[in-house]
Design a protein around this ligand. Structure first.
Ligand SMILES: [Zn+2]
Length: 286
C-alpha cells in the first residue's frame, strides 16, 4: 500500500542558491519494482539498503520531485510528473496530483512560467506537459529539450514506443514545437542545460548557478542516493555505458565544486552533495 494519508503531496521546500530561489515540490509518490531500479546490482547487495522500504511485491516507494526555479528574470519548471493537468491518481501504484495543480495549490500562476524543462520524456516526467485531452498544460511556456530526446519520441523502436506517450507528445510538439538544442544550451545566464544521454538518448542535466551555491538536477541518472555510484544504473537505461561515463564525469565536477544535488525520485532525503569515495562517489544528504 502507498502511504495512507493525503495525496502523497509534501510541503514545498525552498532552497536559496543566492539570488535564485528553488522550490522543491514533491507532487506524489509511486511504486517501482526494486530490481528494475537497481538494474545490474545483485539483489543480495541492494536488498539490505531498502529492506524497510520495499513492500510485499518488492517495490520501492518513489517520489515525484519537481522544481520551480526563480531566477531574477524568469521562472522555470523542471519536470512535470506523471499526471495530466486537472487530474489526480490515487491507487496502489501511484498517488499524485499534476504539476500544474501543485503549482496552483502553492499559489503560483502557471502562466508566469517561461520555460518547462523535463529531464527526459518518459511518462513519469512528461505526463504533466498536457491535460488529459492532450492540450498543453503550460501554453504560455516554452518546452526545452535536447533534439536527441525529441527524435527518440519519434523513433520507430518498440522500446521507445513503450517508454514514451508517443501520440500525446507528437500532437503536443506539432502544436507547440519545443526549443531544441544539441549538446549544451545556456538557457539563462544562471541556467545551463547539458545533454548527457544514457538513461534515454536525450536525458539532460540542468545546472543552476546562484551566487552562493550551484544546484544540479539530472533526472533519472540520479534518482536515489545509492546511484552516487556511477555504475549503479537502472534496467530502464537505454545505454547503460553512456550513463556510467556521463555520471562519472559530471559527478567529479559536482564533487569538486560541492554542488547541491536534487534527486528525481528520493522521498525522504532528496538533497545532498557528492564526495569522492574510492572509484565511486557517495551522497552526503543535506
Ligand atoms: Zn523517472
Amino acid at each position: 500500500m502507498l502511504r495512507p494519508e493525503g495525496t502523497g503531496v509534501r510541503p514545498v521546500r525552498t532552497i536559496d542558491l543566492g539570488g535564485i530561489r528553488v522550490d522543491l515540490m514533491q507532487i506524489g509518490v509511486f511504486r517501482s519494482d526494486a530490481g528494475a531500479i537497481f538494474g545490474p546490482v545483485p539483489r543480495t547487495t541492494w536488498e539490505p539498503l531498502v529492506r524497510e522500504e520495499i513492500d510485499a511485491q518488492s517495490r520501492l516507494l518513489q517520489s515525484l520531485n519537481t522544481l520551480l526555479v526563480r531566477t531574477p528574470s524568469d521562472a522555470i519548471l523542471l519536470e512535470t510528473g506523471a499526471i495530466p493537468a486537472g487530474e489526480r491518481r490515487d491507487n496502489d501504484e501511484i498517488r499524485s496530483v499534476s504539476a500544474r495543480d501543485a503549482l496552483i495549490a502553492a499559489d503560483v500562476d502557471p502562466a508566469g512560467i517561461r520555460y518547462v524543462v523535463p529531464s527526459h520524456l518518459h511518462r513519469d516526467h512528461a505526463g504533466g506537459l498536457t491535460s488529459g485531452d492532450g492540450e498543453a498544460a503550460f501554453p504560455d511556456a516554452t518546452i526545452v529539450a535536447p533534439q536527441a530526446e525529441i527524435d527518440a519520441v519519434a523513433s520507430p523502436s518498440a522500446r521507445a514506443r513503450a517508454a514514451y506517450d508517443v501520440p500525446i507528445l507528437t500532437r503536443l510538439f506539432a502544436a507547440s514545437p519545443p526549443k531544441a538544442f544539441s549538446d549544451r544550451r545556456q538557457l539563462l545566464p544562471e541556467v545551463e542545460l547539458r545533454l548527457l544521454g544514457g538513461h534515454t538518448p536525450g536525458s539532460q542535466a540542468t545546472i543552476i548557478r546562484g551566487r552562493e551555491r550551484t544546484l544540479l538536477f539530472m533526472g533519472d541518472l540520479f534518482m536515489r542516493p545509492w546511484q552516487a555510484n556511477p555504475r549503479w544504473v537502472t534496467a530502464f537505461d537505454d545505454a547503460a555505458w553512456i550513463s556510467v561515463d556521463a555520471k562519472s564525469s559530471i559527478f567529479a565536477e559536482a564533487a569538486a565544486e560541492e554542488w547541491l544535488i536534487v534527486q528525481s525520485h528520493e522521498l525522504a532525503a532528496p538533497l545532498g552533495r557528492l564526495e569522492a569515495d574510492r572509484d565511486r562517489f557517495r551522497l552526503v544528504s543535506e
